[in-house]
Design a binder for this molecule. Sequence first.
Ligand SMILES: [Zn+2]
Length: 139
Amino acid sequence: MYTIKTEASFDSAHFLKGYQGKCSNLHGHRWRVVVEVQSDKLKEDEQNRGMVFDFGDLKSLLKDMCDNLDHSFIYEKGTLKEKTTEALMEEDFRLIPVAFRPTAENFSKYFYEEIKKKGYDVRRVEVYETPNNCASYEE
Ligand SMILES: [Zn+2]
């Protein structure tokens, strides 16, 4: 099995509703996302011969996904009061509501599934919320 691996990062704020500890407060991370895709054979067309996938294509897909989340406040739907989101939007802050608790574990599954939807055979996605703390998802 051949694999290629690329990474990108984004900065965002989040908090964990219902968590007892520091992460219940609004704070930020530089999220580092490492994606590994696989193939049991290499491409044979002239452009991509000898490659699993074009690194550039995977890299730009991942970069676009990270850029969309960059410098935003990511929160789980239903965890902020309506008046809070209204007030933040009035300030023109960039809010990104997601359907999951915004943990590194859930982000790793989110990236895994989104990249898989683009036709990649994803082996594993790792998401670092600090240089020392990493969660990953694979099937
Ligand atoms: Zn955090």
